[in-house]
Design a protein around this ligand. Structure first.
Ligand code: NAD
Length: 497
């Protein structure tokens, strides 16, 4: 009897396209829960092997991965340009910062995570105490499209350096960049699938949340984050949430106005404003406001959107975002705002040319919600303190920038955010030893730096009794006199007024 086997149903696929030209960049499978579960099962075996390599073995391989990125940088930048739309030079800066993080995480993991002795107390002086940081196991990483290399790698690299295997679901808008990164890693670590790719839309990300991974690192919008959190809650899967922002720049009375304007224009308009830590609001104090606005206008007029080599910013990568930008702009203008550069005509999909707004009411959408476009609202304030107050009225709190001299550092501290740069923009993301993450609607948990390495471990405390004491405190055989003696000693040591 001939047994015929039904052919496997054809895989469902989707294509990723260039936002500038519509050219197809690649075709990818829509991975369902079974495919995601299979990847996580493979990752579990790979994780044991990877953890077993120890810090030295992993450092060697992560350095080799770094070498791949550095040597093949042009190839990667070209792919980022095609799939995300940003200019080649911006893609290069993104890769450069990523390589720095990779280098730091590879070199520092042992120092940050190695077992460390902790002093004991008088009460337990006969115990040696130590803490160690074993990897959590398998980390799921769900990424966005706006920085398709730096953003997911901010989680991937630190999770790998801490000894975990990773299953990575890139944005459906940038799966080819995700594939490139995973393939480049597999070339230097061919033994086990330590870093794997799953592709698809939100449902694939949701399947990863429900797959039993030991931690889920999500970067994206607060709305999706709520769904991620709900799905992860089912199995109490811990999460890191790196979300959006409404970052401010504060320009104080004693600021270098030209430098502040240059930074505001770059921080607000580069990557076509599609930067989580991009400048989305500027508050300039009255004494510098007019000069600052004039400088901003002159500089912003020189920035042009396009797909040609001379354009400073590319297209809006997510087509639906164009409507959000248009809505924010129309709403601000209807509320009395004035556009000193650009205007409604700047929105010419898939491109949006720079817009500089003044006199924007506080309740305008562009002042409250993430615009994620090249729109820069500048507001006059009486003092830097008023600027801080207005900055902190936002539910977001990712990054911030302060320009000034005398009070700049103190102002940077008072802004409710996970990071701040004084006399520059976004510098904090380029220092690998610093943690990165937000507060409020901008998320929680930290990537980068020692905090970012520890985020992908579970700290484990161990005590070892070195010798028994004549009186056992932690026993039913505790001598009767012990507690009164300890009570007296506690009062002596801690109870004095
Ligand atoms: P998004 O929230 O739409 O999608 C992010 C990822 O989540 C994508 O891979 C998507 O497929 C996936 N996803 C969608 N629904 C899901 C679900 N129910 N469960 C699991 N995964 C799901 O965000 P986006 O448009 O790709 O990215 C833009 C947002 O990301 C902006 O808000 C930006 O500020 C933010 N961002 C934050 C950082 C940061 O580090 N804080 C960095 C870059 C971007």
């Amino acid at each position: 009897m001939a047994v015929t086997q039904d052919p496997a149903p054809p895989a469902i696929t989707f294509t990723s396209t260039s936002p500038a030209t519509g050219e197809v960049v690649g075709t990818f499978t829509v991975d369902g829960p079974e495919a995601v579960a299979a990847a996580v099962a493979r990752a579990r075996r790979a994780a044991a092997w990877w953890a077993g390599l120890g810090f030295d073995g992993r450092e060697q391989r992560l350095r080799a991965f770094k070498g791949q990125l550095a040597r093949r940088c042009d190839e990667l930048c070209e792919l980022v340009r095609r799939e995300n739309g940003k200019p080649l030079e911006d893609a290069f800066v993104e890769v450069l910062v990523t390589v720095d993080h990779l280098d730091w995480a590879a070199r520092k993991a042992a120092k940050v995570l190695k077992r460390r002795r902790v002093p004991s107390t008088l009460l337990l002086a006969n115990h040696a105490a130590s803490v160690e940081y074993p990897p959590v196991g398998v980390v799921g990483v769900v990424g966005p499209w706006n920085y398709p290399v730096l953003t997911p790698m901010g989680s991937i690299v630190y999770a790998l350096a801490a000894g975990n295997a990773v299953v990575f679901k890139p944005s459906e808008l940038t799966p080819a960049v995700g594939r490139w990164l995973v393939d480049a890693f597999a070339e230097v670590v061919p033994e086990e699938p330590v870093l794997q790719l799953v592709t698809g839309f939100g449902a694939t990300g949701e399947a990863l949340c429900r797959s039993g991974v030991d931690k889920l690192a999500f970067t994206g919008s607060p709305g999706t984050a709520r769904k991620v959190l709900a799905a992860c809650a089912e199995q109490l899967t811990p999460v890191v949430l790196e979300l959006g922002g409404k970052d401010v720049m504060i320009v104080d009375d004693d600021a270098d106005v030209a430098a502040a304007a240059d930074a505001a224009v770059w921080g607000g308009l580069s990557n076509a404003g599609q930067t989580c830590i991009g400048i989305e609001r500027v508050y300039a104090t009255a004494p510098v406001y007019d000069r600052f606005v004039a400088e901003v206008v002159a500089r912003a007029r020189r920035v042009r959107a396009g797909a040609d080599a001379g354009a400073q910013i590319g297209p809006i990568t997510l087509p639906a975002q164009v409507e959000t930008i248009r809505r924010h702009l129309d709403d601000a203008l209807a509320g009395g705002a004035r556009a000193l550069v650009g205007g409604p005509e700047s929105v010419r999909p898939p491109f949006v040319d720079p817009v500089v707004l003044v006199d924007v009411p506080d309740d305008a959408l562009v002042m409250r919600e993430e615009t994620f476009g090249p729109v820069l609202p500048v507001t006059r304030v009486a003092s830097a303190d008023e600027a801080v107050e207005r900055a902190n009225a936002s539910p977001y709190g990712l990054g911030a920038s302060v320009f000034g001299r005398r009070r700049a550092a103190a102002l940077a501290r008072s802004v409710r955010s996970g990071a701040a740069s004084v006399n520059s923009v976004v510098a904090f993301i380029g220092v690998p030893g610093l943690p990165f993450g937000g507060v409020g609607e901008s998320g929680f948990g930290r990537i980068h730096g020692p905090d970012g390495l520890r985020e992908f471990t579970r700290s484990k405390a161990i005590t070892r009794q070195r010798f028994p004491l004549p009186f056992a405190l932690l026993s039913f055989d505790r001598p009767e006199r012990l507690v009164p003696v300890l009570k007296r000693s506690m009062r002596l040591r801690h109870g004095r007024r």
